[in-house]
Design a protein around this ligand. Structure first.
Ligand code: GDP
Length: 528
């Protein structure tokens, strides 16, 4: 292992933000970029209707809707680290995309609206991070509003999300009376100033708790209250413990306001100091360490038509080990081919640039001409297959039909390409010429029709279809599979990647078939 490689890898921090919609993910992303000097001034946040949009939101659709449909990647330097922030779509209809993005990070920032506490979507996303024990940093947002009692918020996180809380900062007042936070590790109070939401503020700091300057700065009532609360906090809550943090059992908690750009820097300081450098990943063969000399990576997302001028499809790859250099040869393991990669892209603060080199922990974008699928592994020759990047069976189904029947080929091409992204699935029943679209949320159906029109020039409409659920089917025994195919052909279809799928009209039907064919495996997720 070369020292430069190890140093580069050690400086990487790759994380994503998880939160309930409206908790402030977009706003905090923007402030993180501001602190990373990736943007000059904040205020370009997607204002619904303000005409300006955060750098991470670039598709027409999401501009109109004010939600992030796509995942993008932003890289910036901070405190001697190189941070990769992976944006995840906030709307729950896009949760699959989010799940897979979470397989590509080493830590997560959980943003909670402190007026509301733990919300539904946060709960679900935390379940996903649990699958890999991802370390979590917590930011309690919107302190410039009237929030709930901070102690109660920590309690709620602990009991509902089953993770210990270690407050690193503690708030003084809230809403109009928000005065700032006391930093428990630095023993200093950082004072909040309003009106600096768009720029990096000059800090006003009071050292020590018993400093009379604190009384002067926040008022003696607040100072007294802070001293009392801290005694309680120190007695009742957990101290930060790095091992527990790294094993996903404890989260450091910060308080602040993303809108007011206060506290985001404290959180980033903690994240860059404590969050893990690129972690090893499991493959079907062995564990791959980030510092290994040889390059390897996996594709966790495919995005069609990112740049309307070029009509390209980008496969997002998380580098797991080693180093990418422009023009290098990689083995595309699933198809057993060696390819020359000369034009990968990086995502420096949302602008796509050509990557000359990139290291474990980084994300690069490969131009995909239809050969790359989600979950694919690339190596420098070794036959590995990274595991744990699932596709989820859709829960809603519609038949899609053309307005102009002559465009059937275009429609199929569009659907197959869009399904490569993993947000929807397309199913072609073995016995009919229907095309059935499956999605995990209603919004995805709309997105598909809109994109088919704008990107493939195909106008399509939906019809109801009698499908309740789908399962990918497998069987070791070829003869039994053939028999099953013969007897159940009316319920079988091929998905966009030609995988055999059972599409059940009802759950009862599915259960009956599962009983009748015990040798057939009916899988809810598909590992690519
Ligand atoms: P997302 O849906 O999680 O991406 O949330 P946004 O960043 O779009 O924020 C949702 C709303 O909350 C927007 O109107 C933001 O301006 C507002 N918001 C975000 N952070 C704060 C904050 O710290 N204080 C207040 N008062 N509003 C905030």
């Amino acid at each position: 292992m070369s020292n430069t490689l190890l140093a580069e890898v050690a400086s990487r921090r790759t994380f994503a933000i998880i939160s309930h919609p409206d908790a402030g993910k977009t706003t905090i992303t923007e402030k993180v970029l501001l602190h990373g000097r990736a943007i000059q001034s904040a205020g370009t946040v997607k204002g619904r209707g303000s005409g300006q949009h955060a750098k991470s939101d670039w598709m027409e659709m999401e501009k109109e809707r004010g939600i992030s449909v796509t995942t993008s990647v932003m890289q910036f330097p901070y405190n001697n680290c190189l941070v990769n922030l992976l944006d995840t779509p906030g709307h729950e209809d896009f949760s699959e995309d989010t799940y897979r993005t979470l397989t590509a990070v080493d830590s997560c920032l959980m943003v909670i609206d402190a007026a509301k506490g733990v919300e539904d979507r946060t709960r679900k996303l935390m379940e996903v991070t649990r699958l890999r024990d991802t370390p979590i940093v917590t930011f309690m947002n919107k302190l410039d509003r009237d929030i709930r009692d901070p102690m109660e918020l920590l309690d709620e996180v602990e009991t509902e999300l089953n993770i210990l809380c270690a407050p690193i900062t503690w708030p003084i007042g809230c809403g109009k009376l928000f005065k700032g936070v006391y930093h428990l590790h630095r023993d200093e109070t950082i004072l909040y100033q309003t009106g600096h939401g768009h720029t990096i503020q000059e800090l006003r700091i009071v050292k020590g708790l018993d400093n009379p300057e604190l009384d002067a700065a926040v008022g003696s009532d607040f100072a007294e209250q802070l001293r009392e609360e801290l005694e309680l906090v120190r007695g009742a809550s957990n101290e930060f413990d790095k091992d527990l943090f790294l094993s996903g059992e404890l989260t450091p908690v910060y308080f602040g306001t993303a809108l007011g750009n206060f506290g985001v820097d404290h959180m980033l300081d903690g994240l860059t100091e404590w969050a893990p450098a690129p972690m090893p990943r499991e493959t079907s063969e062995r564990k791959v360490e980030a510092g290994e000399e040889k390059f390897s990576g996996f594709v966790f997302k495919i995005q069609a038509n990112m740049d309307p001028k070029h009509r390209d499809r980008i496969a997002f790859m998380r580098i797991v080990s080693g180093k990418y250099t422009q023009g290098m040869k990689m083995k595309h393991v699933r198809i057993g081919k060696t390819v020359n990669i000369s034009d990968a892209v990086t995502f420096m603060a949302g602008d796509r640039e050509r990557a000359e080199e990139a290291f474990a922990g980084d994300i690069i974008g490969l131009h995909n001409h239809g050969t790359i699928q989600i979950g694919d592994t690339f190596t420098q020759g070794e036959d590995l297959k990274f595991t744990g990047i699932p596709n989820f069976a859709p829960e809603m189904f519609r038949r899609i039909r053309l307005k102009d029947p002559l465009k059937q080929k275009q429609l199929l091409k569009g659907l197959v390409q869009l399904s490569e992204e993993g947000a929807v699935q397309v199913f072609r029943p073995l016995d009919t010429n229907d095309l059935i679209v499956g999605a995990v949320g209603v919004l995805q159906f709309e997105v598909v029709v809109a994109r088919l029109k704008s990107e493939y020039n195909v106008e399509a409409i939906y019809e109801a279809v009698n499908v309740a659920t789908a399962r990918w089917v497998y069987c070791e025994d070829g003869r039994k599979l053939e028999e099953f195919k013969r007897k159940c052909s009316t319920n079988l279809a091929l998905d966009g990647g030609d995988n055999l799928t059972y599409i059940a009209p009802t759950m009862v039907n599915l259960n009956l078939s599962m009983e009748r064919y015990p040798d057939i495996q009916f899988a809810k997720t598909r590992e690519h």
